[in-house]
Design a protein around this ligand. Structure first.
Ligand SMILES: [Zn+2]
Length: 100
């Protein structure tokens, strides 16, 4: 099959449009459809800095269903969980991990 440059460009434009539509559809599933009920939670830290104010602690979350990845500051997360009485965790299957 021999295509002209114009035909090749048109074909690629068509493919890119389809990819764009699928990427939007995928992000919509992650943002609006998946409840992130099966999550891997990893405690992370950057500590021992000369200036302790530079230390930071956070959790990394990875949904095992939709692959969404996000991070949350540990203090804010724990405060929110206390207020919500850990409702988010109770409703979900969370695999907790720690980095060495
Ligand atoms: Zn999810």
């Amino acid at each position: 099959m021999s295509l002209t440059d114009k035909q090749i460009k048109a074909k690629l434009d068509k493919i890119n449009t389809k990819i764009g539509t699928l990427l939007i559809e995928r992000e919509n599933v992650k943002a609006n459809i998946c409840s992130h009920n099966k999550v891997e939670m990893t405690a992370c830290s950057n500590s021992g800095n000369y200036d302790p104010h530079a230390d930071s602690y956070w959790y990394e979350f990875h949904c095992q269903v939709c692959e969404k990845f996000w991070t949350e500051d540990q203090t804010q997360y724990l405060d929110r969980q206390r207020k919500e009485k850990f409702a988010w965790e109770k409703a979900r299957e969370i695999v907790k991990k720690s980095r060495p």
